[in-house]
Design a protein around this ligand. Structure first.
Ligand code: ME8
Length: 514
């Protein structure tokens, strides 16, 4: 293989009962940013997303749409693929749980668990929520408006009594608790880790892992009256895409265990409790990290179809621009916390951070180089202390940004970059290159060169967040395509003087609300 270190990141696979909305786009975007960052930082990356197509919920939605389950899945899954292309996501694979490779993988995992004595046949009697595709104990239920019992998520429940296979989850308590204490952290943010720990230390019951009352799923090997519980099927996608059951394949050896499973906090328990336990049971290492991010609301309200306030990512990108939306989503909310989507907050970010701060700095300095330096990148004179200070701030960015990205603090990585952008604006204003044109053209050239060098480094660093805009900036600076990796950051690869420039065009327009 490549000799590079590897990095494997996954999104949840999304249910096809519903079309993609901002929440789905958000998770996949965060993974895209991580994947792009790691590629630029010299890693061999595999970035996976896809759709979760089995289970009762999908079966019911298909019936309601008057389609066969597969026909229905084909249509909605395609919509998720279109979203990925539209949002410029760089996923390396798109998995559908209805694919043959996945069925083979699920059945192999099942057999392994059975061989290892972790699966047994019994009877299940209890509450099930189709919307959550989850079983709930009596003491977890909440009261609905009309006195009816509901799942803790507010979803309707039904009483289920049927023969079922069980997974010996109870046997994994200690191993799981140990797993949560390993370093680097296996569950982030910390508050979420504590939640999971307290759930597990409260005692685990064996998990029902098959159903007999519907058909849309992967049959249990050797007993096809039973369909695998949709979560065992869904979670397995992460190893399917890495080549399972071929554990000797180059791909599996390179990419498993995955580096990060990213998801919303709603499905943390499945990823941080059930999934590592299944893997441990099969003798496979669990993923190195599960990261559960927060929940978006819309102008302060819960996002839901019934409230009619679902945010369509296609629409907001049409209105505000792709890179603008990508920047906003990653910058506005500390990654891991809940966040609120508001038009005003979006417009503020576009106009202040992008148009004013970075956009103006680039446009003003590059236009001056074009006009006042005969259209070529000037040769700088000796650097003053002020020049050295701002250059060294930019040179130090990669280490800082990397530190934040390593713990998925994506917003913080942007804060430190924008601190340098803002300092560079201060530098530019203080040294007034426009006033030096006649009095001291050599000093003007140095100030412009230093500013352009800051933009070069910022342009390289923001590629994961805003790939198109970063490309435009780097094109304007005439940085060759093979000189845009993170190995080009710092003082060893300063801008080449003497390069012919073109008249720059603004990269970050102001948003004017009609
Ligand atoms: O749970 N804010 O699929 P799903 C932030 N198929 N993120 C949100 C969000 C919001 N308001 N709404 C949705 C499933 N998400 C299973 C997963 S994985 C083996 C199987 C995002 O279509 C967030 O990532 O319901 C959440 O975890 C996911 O969509 C749920 O997607």
């Amino acid at each position: 293989m490549s000799g590079k270190p590897s990095f494997y990141i996954t999104t949840p696979i999304y249910y096809v009962n519903d079309i993609p909305h901002i929440g789905h786009a958000y998770t996949t975007l965060a993974c895209d940013v991580m994947a792009r960052f790691k590629r630029l930082d010299g890693y061999n990356v595999m970035f996976l997303t896809g759709t979760d197509e089995h289970g009762q919920k999908v079966e019911k939605s298909a019936a309601a749409a008057g389609k066969s389950p597969l026909e229905f899945c084909d249509t909605v899954s395609q919509r998720f693929r279109e979203l990925a292309a539209f949002m410029n996501f760089s996923n390396d694979d798109f998995i559908r749980t209805t694919e043959e490779r996945h069925k083979k993988s699920c059945q192999a995992l099942w057999k392994k668990l059975e061989e290892n004595g972790h699966i047994y046949l019994d009877k299940y009697a209890g509450w099930y929520s189709v919307r959550d595709e989850a079983f709930f104990a009596e003491n977890e239920l909440i009261d609905g408006k009309n006195g009816e019992k509901l799942a803790p998520t507010g979803a309707p429940i039904e009483w289920v009594e049927e023969e079922s296979y069980f997974f010996r989850l109870s046997a994994f308590e200690e191993k799981l608790l140990e797993f949560y204490e390993s370093l680097p952290p296996t569950v982030l943010p910390n508050s979420r880790k504590n939640e999971v720990k307290s759930f597990v230390s409260g005692g685990l019951r064996d998990l029902s892992v098959s159903r007999t009352s519907f058909n849309w799923g992967v049959p249990v090997p050797g007993n096809d009256k039973h369909i695998m519980y949709v979560w065992i099927d869904a979670l397995t996608n992460y190893i399917t895409a890495a080549g399972y059951p071929d554990v000797e394949s180059e791909k599996f050896k390179t990419f498993w265990p995955a580096d990060i499973h990213m998801m919303g906090k709603d499905i943390l328990r499945f990823h941080a409790v059930y999934w590592p336990a299944f893997l441990m049971g099969a003798g496979i290492e669990p993923a190195k990290r599960v990261f559960a991010h927060g929940w978006w609301t819309n102008e302060g309200e819960k996002i839901s179809k019934s409230l009619g306030n679902v945010i369509d990512p296609f629409n907001i990108v049409e209105e505000f621009g792709l890179d603008q939306v990508r920047y906003f989503l990653m910058r506005e909310v500390p990654f891991g916390n809940d966040g609120d989507f508001s038009r005003q907050a979006m417009i503020n970010r576009i106009n202040s951070d992008l148009a004013n701060d970075l956009g103006n700095l680039a446009q003003r300095s590059l236009s001056m180089i074009f006009k006042n330096c005969d259209g070529v990148m000037p040769v700088p004179g000796d650097f003053s202390d002020a020049d050295k200070a701002i250059l060294s701030a930019a040179d130090g960015l990669l280490a800082e940004v990397r530190g934040h990205i390593d713990v998925q603090a994506i917003n913080k990585s942007l804060e430190v970059i924008w601190k340098v952008v803002s300092d560079a604006n201060g530098y530019f204003a203080l040294h007034e290159p426009w006033a030096l044109k006649n009095s001291d053209p050599a000093r003007m050239a140095t100030v412009l060169y230093v500013t352009a060098e800051i933009i070069r480094q910022v342009g390289i660093l923001i590629q994961p967040i805003m790939p198109h805009s970063a490309e435009k900036l780097l094109d304007q600076l005439k940085i060759p395509a093979d000189k845009r990796g993170f190995d080009q950051l710092g003082s060893d690869h300063r801008l080449s003087s003497g390069t012919n420039m073109e008249k720059p065009e603004g990269v970050f327009p102001r948003f004017v609300d009609e």
